[in-house]
Design a protein around this ligand. Structure first.
Ligand SMILES: *Cc1c(COP(=O)(O)O)cnc(C)c1O
Length: 360
């Protein structure tokens, strides 16, 4: 049998999570950048045949989906980096974010760019991408005079994962104010602001096209992700099998650096997954895994291709048994917080060595 390290992707859960996101906006563009957060962009796009559109980070990601036969609207969140990319957006009918003067300068250099559907990005407080609030109206006038088509006014929230911070509402108000000022000139203009956290946690903030990412994959974006109002279904189950087992005596150590030393005679299972697969090396001894209906725990350092778990008092478990690293039983957010990161990063850093298996 081949090395049993796999990410099983539950496509029905993906669809259910999309429907949940969709309940909160007129439209929802499914964010499938970074290979759909490690879940496989093509399979995700094909499964989400109900989606109003897709969003990716860059042109390469958009073109790949077009070449693979995805016909739905695709939005490129960073816009283009040079004129060739803008031209290829025209050619392949890709919606583009316009966030910087340097992009505007290219767009007015050729009349063909008047065909593009542009999302005009305003910086309402994230201070990353977008036109400043006090220059937005002037720039929008310039776009109109240049014959460019602005379809959406968009912004991105800095703290929507934190229910204690009022900033999300402030940011939305600022965006909406620009919409009110521009409505006269662009009657069709609509808003897009909501990421997963805003969709889930900010019922008062309602845009026209939301941009759900992490929630599609069933992971809560909220700081307090245990919140019960989150009924997302986990999509990825990362699993492998025990490939060897043995007993160590009290005083013997496990793995690199002797970081874990047995206090008493301990039976150890070796699991075929490591940081070469994207399982975080920062996972400390004691990180939970799921095996035969029980929570067991890692011991010693995660190595490139393997990690070790404590099998004491589990005589029923041995070589060949399945081990879930996260998914149906172990919440990816729990592993992420033990590793000082977020589930987004865990999903994205899964390597190609992990086989993606799709279940309907
Ligand atoms: C990645 C991204 C999203 C999706 O964010 P989630 O937190 O995963 O829902 C939405 N909008 C923009 C601009 C993004 O870059």
């Amino acid at each position: 049998m081949a090395r049993p390290t796999q990410a099983v992707i539950n496509l029905q859960h993906l669809k259910d999570n999309y429907q949940l996101a969709k309940q909160h906006s007129q439209q929802a563009y499914a964010v499938i950048k970074a290979d759909a957060y490690g879940h496989g962009a093509l399979a995700t796009a094909q499964a989400l045949s109900e989606a109003d559109g897709f969003a990716v980070a860059c042109m390469d990601e958009a073109l790949q989906l077009r070449h693979q036969g995805i016909k739905k609207p695709i939005l490129v969140l960073e816009g283009a980096f040079d004129k060739d990319e803008w031209l290829s957006a025209v050619e392949h009918d890709i919606e583009m974010v316009l966030h910087h003067q340097s992009q505007f300068d290219i767009l007015i250099s050729d009349p063909c760019f008047a065909q593009l559907q542009l999302w005009f990005k305003i910086d309402t407080g994230m201070n990353r991408l977008g036109f400043r609030l006090d220059e937005a109206n002037t720039l929008l006038d310039m776009c109109r005079n240049a014959g460019l088509r602005i379809k959406v006014l968009m912004s991105h929230f800095a703290c929507s994962d934190d229910l204690e911070k009022a900033k999300t509402e402030t940011q939305f108000q600022a965006l909406d104010t620009i919409l009110q000022q521009q409505k006269l000139f662009w009657p069709e203009l609509i808003l897009s602001s909501n990421n997963s956290a805003a969709i889930i946690a900010w019922p008062k903030v309602r845009d026209h096209i939301s941009r759900p990412g992490i929630m599609l994959y069933g992971s809560s974006p909220l700081i307090d992700s245990s919140s019960s109002h989150c009924v997302l279904k986990p999509v990825m189950t990362l699993k492998s099998k025990i490939m060897a087992s043995h007993i160590v005596n009290a005083g013997e150590s496990i793995g690199y650096g002797d970081s874990w030393i047995a206090e008493h005679t301990t039976r150890i299972g070796i699991v075929a997954i490591g940081y070469g697969d994207g399982y975080p090396r920062s996972a400390p001894s004691g990180t939970p895994v799921w095996c035969n209906g029980k929570r067991l725990h890692t011991v010693g350092r995660v190595s490139m291709d393997m990690l070790c778990i404590d099998l004491n008092d589990n005589d029923d478990i041995d070589v060949g048994d399945d081990v879930e690293l996260w998914g149906e039983h172990i919440n990816a957010n729990e592993i992420a917080s033990l590793c000082n990161t977020i589930s987004y990063e865990l999903f994205c850093q899964l390597t190609q060595r992990v086989k993606r298996i799709y279940s309907a």
